[in-house]
Design a protein around this ligand. Structure first.
Ligand code: PEP
Length: 249
């Protein structure tokens, strides 16, 4: 069975609530496409107006992070139940910016992945290597380790519904995209790792995105690769180009 593509925008720390609604209204007609799942991952404060603004469209809303506890004394954090109640369906976990600036680790990502599944949220689990790791030729081992820890104690039924985003750190926000061959190599290795942890069915079901300077010009080639099931898009998700990425064919 062919996997449905999933194309998600990661807005990062951009757009006020008012600006978020305006961008959604602009993009709504441009991203209408039933062949792919379309997700806008937006800043926490934009979630409620964004959920309202996408009603009746094919766009689904994702969060950019969440905490792994249910509730309590965790000032500044957002609980999974809060996201669900607000109408969020996806959550980006372990983005390299959160790992770099906010001390996210493979272990906290694993706790968040399990908690997301407990609440019926679909995690978009990010992994990816630094330029040094790529140059040293250790990127596959590194990413396999990230995947194995992220999926610790996650069942096959849950894993089938997960989304993995392979995002080489050297390609994020730099304008330097991995070649389609480089991206395919790693996405195939990730699928192989899932096959080892679980089984063929799980490996075939799980969706693996590529992220890192995806734009309207390179999306078609990247998304045509057999193990690349769509993209996680940063900069280009904030403009009309995102419509072209969603309608890449
Ligand atoms: C991202 O934020 O996940 C990302 C890939 O950013 P960009 O597309 O801007 O490189």
């Amino acid at each position: 069975m062919a996997r449905k593509k999933i194309i998600a925008g990661n807005w990062k720390m951009n757009k006020t609530p008012t600006e978020a609604v305006a961008l959604i209204e602009e993009l709504k007609p441009l991203v209408a496409n039933d062949e792919a799942d379309v997700v806008f991952c937006v800043p926490a404060i934009d979630i409620i107006p964004a959920v309202e603004a996408v009603k009746g469209s094919n766009i689904r809303i994702g969060a950019e992070n969440m905490y792994f506890e249910e509730s309590g004394a965790y000032t500044g954090e957002i609980a999974p139940a809060m996201l669900c109640d607000a109408g969020v369906e996806y959550v980006v976990l372990g983005h390299s910016e959160r790992r770099e600036y906010f001390a996210e680790t493979d272990e906290t990502v694993n706790k968040k992945v399990k908690k997301a599944f407990e609440h019926g949220l679909t995690p978009i689990i990010c992994c990816g290597e630094s330029l040094t790791q790529r140059k040293q030729g250790i990127y596959i081992e590194w990413i396999r380790m990230q995947i194995k820890i992220a999926f610790q104690d996650v069942t096959a039924e849950q894993a089938k519904k997960a989304v993995i985003a392979y995002e080489p750190i050297w390609a994020i926000g730099t304008g330097e995209t991995a070649t389609a061959e480089q991206a395919q190599e790693v996405c195939a290795a990730i699928r192989g790792c899932i096959r080892e942890i679980y089984d063929e069915d799980t490996a075939e079901a799980i969706r693996i995105q590529y992220g890192g300077s995806v734009n309207a010009g390179n999306a078609a080639e990247l998304f045509s690769k057999p193990d690349i099931d769509g993209g996680l898009v940063g900069g280009a998700s904030l403009k009309a180009d995102f419509g072209k990425i969603v309608n890449y064919k």
